[in-house]
Design a protein around this ligand. Structure first.
Ligand SMILES: C[S@@+](CC[C@H](N)C(=O)[O-])C[C@H]1O[C@@H](n2cnc3c(N)ncnc32)[C@H](O)[C@@H]1O
Length: 244
């Protein structure tokens, strides 16, 4: 079983209380970068929490996700009343060139690109659908745990699920996690998740080689928190621009 076939469990585990703050951060980033934004694409949009809030802020928002179940759940909760949710693969996007002002890939969705082929085909597609001057914002977990013994996940997001690391493949930079979700008074085993680990300089190098210009890297959903060795930096939020 995959957690993405059980959106109700996904929501219990990962419905972070701060989607409002995350969306405020995204809008702050648009302003900081001086980009006029009308059309936004959220890649791997899941249950469409960001699509919904961005659409309510007046943007024309599209979400794409492989999981019909996640989109169905979002639609049933009215989260696609203003935005659009499309079932599809973020490695092959059903949009015309230069269509979006901003693309986002939030909360570790990018880590589902497990092979080099996946990463490159995805980034080429993002390049194609973004207009020149548009932004791509990627949010992945900060891999500081690989260098230090400490890894801090804020308490608000770790009391509803339990992750057990089953395997680490250092060559392919893959982790396999077993995920259990607290549902009422019991724990439900929702199977395994295979995720790629990205390191900051590796990710920036790939993006630069593909032609993106790095605007900024943040360590949390807070524009005053630049990515650094500070332990507050539990995320790695990379903002790049498509340049000519
Ligand atoms: C960790 S969830 C994040 C969902 C959402 N962005 C959020 O912040 O809650 C990852 C999502 O990516 C989707 N996904 C994984 N691989 C994908 C792919 N190749 N194309 C589109 N969606 C994908 C999954 O179905 C899942 O909904």
């Amino acid at each position: 079983m995959s957690i993405y076939l059980r959106p109700e469990l996904y929501e219990v585990a990962f419905s972070r209380l701060d989607v409002d703050r995350e969306v405020e951060f995204l809008i702050d980033v648009f302003e900081l970068a001086g980009v006029r934004v009308r059309r936004v694409l959220d890649l791997g949009c899941g249950t469409c929490t960001h699509v919904h809030k961005l659409a309510r802020c007046g943007y024309e928002v599209y979400g794409i996700d492989l999981s019909r179940d996640m989109l169905y759940y979002a639609r049933n909760r009215g989260r696609l009343a203003l935005g659009s949710g499309i079932c599809g693969d973020m490695r092959c996007l059903p949009f015309r060139a230069d269509f979006f002002d901003v693309c986002t890939c939030l909360f570790d969705t990018f880590r589902h690109l497990v092979s080099r082929y996946d990463v490159v085909s995805h980034l080429r597609e993002v390049w194609r659908v973004l207009r020149v001057g548009g932004l791509y914002i990627i949010d992945v977990a900060n891999p500081r745990g690989y260098f230090l013994d400490t890894y801090t996940i804020p308490e608000s997001v770790c009391d509803r699920y339990d992750l057990e690391l089953l395997d680490v493949d250092y060559v392919n930079q893959l982790e396999v996690w077993r995920l259990r979700v607290r549902y009422g008074s019991s724990w439900v085993d929702v199977g395994t998740l295979k995720l790629r680990v990205f390191f900051p300089q590796e990710l920036l190098t790939i993006l630069e080689l593909l032609g993106f210009k790095v605007f900024e890297c943040f360590g949390d959903y807070d524009t005053s928190c630049r990515l650094s060795r500070d332990c507050r930096c539990w995320r790695m939020i990379v903002v790049v621009e498509k340049v000519d």
